[in-house]
Design a protein around this ligand. Structure first.
Ligand code: ATP
Ligand code: MG
Length: 554
């Protein structure tokens, strides 16, 4: 990292401009690939010019530092240009999933008092136009027309025309490390999504974790499969690889097992960052498919977002020739905090160890539900408690949007409380137990869903599992599992009994599920996380709560 020539720190400058005057200038920064369209390669110097144009477009509209821009689009080049150009202009960026429906879009824009929206002509007509009146802060809507055309939609501006007319020279705004850069909404796995505010100083974490956790080096060809609508898609789908001068593959379409394997091979991907949900889908489609290709360029595979079952770590070795490195972080942390890195052996099922500069602890709460919370660090290994981090790393969130009280409740002194339960072993490896909200209390035991789900996934027929506690008058809660099956298996009584027997043998009767229900797919967020709260609400006939991020829900 370099800092701005005249002082200041800006994510856009570090990710893009900095490389335009070095030997990297003509290297491909972003490579967009899709089935139906020719590939588009944007070099660092070209990306610099385009983001300059976009920053000038904003400036021309009177949009400046601290103003808020939302993006709603699939993986189109304009999205990447808009995000980076806005950062260079000091404008705060919020990405949204393009699959969101009109309600979640309007809610977020209103919550964040968004002034500018960048989206496509089609998405605007389908999802935004009818709500426009209800978004009073929104001053400018910039549209990307289909097929490089021009839009004449009333109340909007054609982005291509504005870009064409704008200068490709821009001097990046001298933001300071504590100036706001990004506003990210959490996944909504445990409740209504929260808006987490991040600053330009986060770029230090993006850089360090790109090196230590993902092992990015300039010759790499990197592919992050995360949707650009959430934090992983921004921190690692856009920023971190650019910081390292790496070529990023952006595959524009959705998951397809055969296609993904071909891309890994043909695009000579060397570092791959994906998610347990994707890995489970690949596992579901069978090893034979994986083995139709070979992956000589691939040297490092990592995963984030949910616990990575040991099964999946080993599957990586069989299918790709490499184990999968799990790492842990949250929207709030802005970047990877705990990771299995190339520097240490993987312990399958563990999230790894805190990265350099990160201090992680297991803490216990001294009193129930206090405000402010009071906790004590547990010094002994192998004891379950809440995962906490020493506050102050550069990409730490600086607030929840419009919810200062909630933010304060995340801290006890200089400890940030993550809301996740874990334990740490004597070698300093952290093991995920479950989210505090998902933990099951049964006959005096605290049961983490992950442990049960991992065991269920060992069964050859099980593709994925979600486990909840179901209220029970005698033991408090009983464990109920929802299971979806691998291709080629049909749900029936014999299979149910077989899975139950396997779980009981591995976990003991107290922890094993009492009930198993088969579902074709489990409800998940758009970021790929199993929504246990929804499994529970549906099981108990309770209201489903906020489902704005539910996949397939809009
Ligand atoms: P919400 O906060 O709205 O309920 P969310 O917590 O799922 O949603 P994110 O910030 O996208 O929103 O996800 C972070 C959470 O994902 C972590 O707190 C943790 O529960 C889970 N997670 C991420 N990586 C891992 C991992 N490697 N192992 C286990 N859990 C993980
Ligand atoms: Mg969370």
């Amino acid at each position: 990292l370099q800092g701005l020539p005249g002082g200041g720190l800006n994510i856009g400058f570090e990710a893009v401009d900095r490389h335009a005057t070095t030997a990297l200038r003509d290297r491909t920064a972003l490579r967009f690939v899709s089935r139906s369209l020719p590939a588009i390669d944007l070099s660092f110097v070209e990306l610099t010019r385009q983001t300059n144009r976009f920053a000038n477009v904003l400036r021309g509209l009177g949009v400046g530092q601290g103003d808020r821009l939302f993006v709603l689009a699939g993986r189109i080049p304009e999205l990447y240009v808009a995000v980076l150009g806005a950062l260079k202009n000091g404008t705060v960026v919020t990405p949204m999933f393009s699959a969101f429906g009109p309600e979640p879009i309007a809610t977020r824009i209103n919550l964040g008092a968004g002034q500018v929206l960048v989206t496509t002509d089609a998405l605007y007509k389908r999802k935004v136009r009818s709500m426009r009146e209800q978004m009073p802060t929104l001053r400018h809507v910039l549209l990307v027309a289909e097929d490089g055309g021009i839009t004449h939609e009333p109340g909007t501006l054609d982005l291509a025309t504005l870009m064409h007319d704008a200068s490709d020279e821009f001097s990046t705004v001298a933001t300071q490390p504590d100036d706001p850069a990004l506003l990210h909404f959490t996944s909504g796995t445990t409740g209504t999504p929260k808006g987490a505010l991040h600053v330009h100083g986060a770029v230090v974490t993006h850089f360090a974790t790109g090196r230590y956790a993902l092992d990015l080096h300039p010759e790499d060809r990197f592919w992050c499969t995360a949707d650009p609508g959430w934090v992983t898609g921004t921190s690692y789908g856009i920023i971190a690889p650019l910081l390292h001068g790496v070529t990023s593959l952006i595959y524009r379409e959705e998951f397809d097992a055969e296609r993904w394997y071909s891309l890994l091979e043909q695009e000579r991907i060397s570092v791959w960052y994906t998610a347990p949900t994707a890995i489970r889908m690949l596992m579901k489609s069978g090893l034979a498919l994986a083995r139709r290709h070979s992956y000589p360029a691939l040297r490092f595979v990592a995963s984030v977002g949910e616990p990575l079952n040991p099964e999946a770590v080993w599957w990586g070795k069989e299918a790709l020739g490499l184990p999968i490195h799990d790492n842990w972080w949250q929207t709030e942390t802005g970047g990877i905090m705990i990771a299995n890195t190339p520097a240490f052996d993987i312990k399958p099922g563990s999230m790894g160890r805190p990265l350099p500069g990160i201090e992680a602890f297991i803490v216990e709460h001294l009193e129930a539900e206090g405000e402010p919370p009071r906790v004590r660090i547990i010094d002994a290994p192998d004891v379950e408690g809440e995962l906490a981090l020493k506050a102050g790393w550069p990409s730490m969130f600086r607030g929840y949007l419009n919810n200062e009280a909630r933010y304060r409740k995340c801290f006890d002194g200089d400890l940030y409380l993550t809301g996740d339960l874990a334990r740490v072993d004597a070698d300093g490896y952290f093991w995920f137990v479950g989210r505090a909200d998902d933990v099951i209390k049964s006959a005096g035991h605290l049961i983490g869903p992950f442990e049960v789900e991992s065991v269920l996934m060992e069964h050859p027929a099980v593709a994925e599992a979600g486990v909840i506690g179901k209220p029970d008058p005698v033991v408090g809660e009983v464990v109920k599992a929802f299971v979806s099956l691998k291709d080629g298996h049909a749900p029936d009584e014999v299979l149910r009994m077989d899975i139950l027997a396997h779980a009981r043998k591995r976990l003991g009767a107290a922890v094993a599920p009492k009930e198993i229900a088969f579902l074709p797919v489990l409800p998940r967020t758009r970021s790929g996380k199993i929504m246990r709260r929804l499994l529970k609400a549906r099981e108990l006939g309770l209201p489903e709560g906020d489902t704005s991020t539910l996949e397939g829900g809009a």
